[in-house]
Design a protein around this ligand. Structure first.
Ligand code: SF4
Ligand code: SF4
Length: 87
């Protein structure tokens, strides 16, 4: 059972679609994606935080993003950024 200590925090996943090549490295690097895939054996619109579709990475379930930042250095073209949402 996972306990999210930062449940009150929300993060915005910003993708520069002009830069993104759809390589999928951020998708693979995302620990939340990895957990979701481990749980059910696949990653799709039902459980992914970020997912490559139509040659770009798409933000699917932004609310599941923990703000860990692992996706940022994983991107070879610096197309992804995570910002804390203000209230
Ligand atoms: S910040 Fe972490 S949880 Fe959020 S999309 Fe990037 S790798 Fe996934
Ligand atoms: S790692 Fe960068 S270029 Fe690759 S899919 Fe993610 S945002 Fe796009």
């Amino acid at each position: 059972m996972m306990i999210h200590m930062t449940a009150e925090q929300n993060y915005a996943i910003n993708v520069n679609f002009y830069k993104c090549t759809g390589c999928g490295d951020c998708m693979t690097a995302c620990p939340e994606n990895q957990d979701a895939k481990r749980e059910v054996g696949y990653l799709d619109e039902s459980n992914a935080v970020i997912l490559v579709k139509s040659a770009n990475v798409q933000v699917i379930h932004e609310s599941l993003c923990t703000g860990c930042g692992s996706c940022i250095p994983a991107c070879p073209v610096s197309a992804i950024d995570i910002v804390m949402k203000g209230d």
